[in-house]
Design a protein around this ligand. Structure first.
Ligand SMILES: [Zn+2]
Length: 375
């Protein structure tokens, strides 16, 4: 059994995918420092150049903005409009859409954009979600395939030259330096698309054919080049900070949750989805020994709004937070029992960090918090 190591600056554990530690016990949470040294004025002017080059093409729409109705997509839309782009907004319609998510999406469309709400055949979607949970312990693989695939496909088919994504998570959360730039490529998707490195093609079988899975298919770089589609991250050109994009979105009518956050630390994040995202984040507890809260709090520490001690005490207060209502919703959506759900996910409890104590409870050795209540 390997024990967990935690970054001495933030609270991220060594099990987090893509994270590496230096000799001083710090993770690559130094993004904050890198950000401070970036010439953001030059980056903004690069964005102006991109806008000018794109507008000169005279396409029916200048860009596709992939939107969920969340605070980030609202911010992306506001920025694109401000800089004079004519966008077509495109949404993968989650089967878990919440009323607040719909209201925020309506607000976003009301900023003055055309919009496509793309629904996938629910019979395929349900079967696919169950299959990815069963095989890789991840119910959100279809979601991540779809939300990247559909806007890119729409851009190609409508002859729209630019796709404007939000944050570059490879840069924000640490990851391959080669993927820190402005461009989103297929290689970026494979590493940071949150699909366990799989593509739609990997899931084709007798049950789900290639035709069934077409909406999930990522175009190749060659297909994008042939269609003259360029995909970029807005977070490369403008400093991305969830709290700041929330403030901007709020100013234009975006609403956060009233009560406690659905998952993690922010009341304004993941509000559009009733169960898929919550379960996706919570399963990190089994696989890596942390939850969305760790990610969010680490970002707050990096942005200088929280101390490490404060973050640890928030985690201690909140505990593991098993999302029972969301698990029920997921089970009723996919047509399985709770017992079956827990049977399926137990396979993904990481044996390198979890062990059973004498009382038969699962515990993690060298855990961040010593008096943790192991259930
Ligand atoms: Zn760190």
């Amino acid at each position: 059994m390997t024990s967990l190591r935690y970054c001495s600056r933030c609270v991220l554990p060594s099990t987090r995918p893509g994270l590496s530690f230096d000799d001083h016990g710090n993770c690559n949470c130094a993004t904050g420092k890198v950000k401070a040294s970036i010439d953001w004025t030059a980056r903004e002017s690069a964005f102006r150049d991109l806008v000018a080059a794109t507008s000169a093409k005279g396409a029916s729409y200048d860009c596709v903005i992939p939107v969920s109705g969340g605070k980030d997509s609202t911010w992306q839309t506001i920025m694109c409009l401000e800089y004079g782009l004519k966008p077509l907004c495109v949404t993968w319609r989650t089967p878990a859409r919440s009323p607040l998510g719909q209201a925020n999406l309506d607000t976003l469309i009301g900023l003055g954009v055309d919009h496509i709400d793309f629904s996938i055949n629910p019979v395929v979607e349900r079967r696919f979600m169950l299959k990815t949970l069963e095989r890789l312990g991840s119910p959100a693989i279809p979601m991540h395939l779809a939300l990247f695939a559909i806007p890119l496909a729409v851009a190609r088919r409508f002859g729209i030259p630019l796709v404007v994504w939000g944050e570059n998570s490879a840069f924000e959360y640490g990851g391959d330096d080669a993927l820190h730039g402005p461009r989103m490529t297929r290689n970026w998707l494979l590493k940071h698309g949150v699909t366990n490195g799989t593509t739609a093609e990997d899931w084709v079988d007798d049950d789900l054919t290639a035709r069934d899975l077409e909406p999930y298919r990522w175009p190749t770089d060659v297909e994008l080049e042939e269609g003259a589609v360029q995909a970029v991250f807005l977070g490369h050109f403008f400093e991305w900070d969830p709290v700041r994009s929330f403030e901007v979105a709020k100013g234009r009518g975006f609403r956060a949750l009233e009560g406690k956050p659905k998952t993690g630390y922010y009341r304004f994040a993941d509000v559009d989805d009733e169960f898929i995202i919550t379960i996706h984040h919570w399963l990190k507890w089994y696989k890596f020994g942390f939850t969305r809260l760790w990610d969010n709090l680490s970002l707050e520490i990096r942005n200088g709004r929280l101390s490490r001690e404060e973050a640890i005490s928030i985690i201690a207060d909140r505990g593991e937070e098993r999302p029972d209502p969301e698990i029920d919703r997921f089970c009723s959506y996919t047509g399985i029992t709770r017992d079956r759900f827990f049977q399926m996910i137990e396979k993904f409890r990481n044996p390198r960090i979890w062990n059973k104590d004498q009382a038969g409870r699962w515990t993690i050795g060298d855990f961040l918090i010593t008096d943790w209540n192991w259930s």
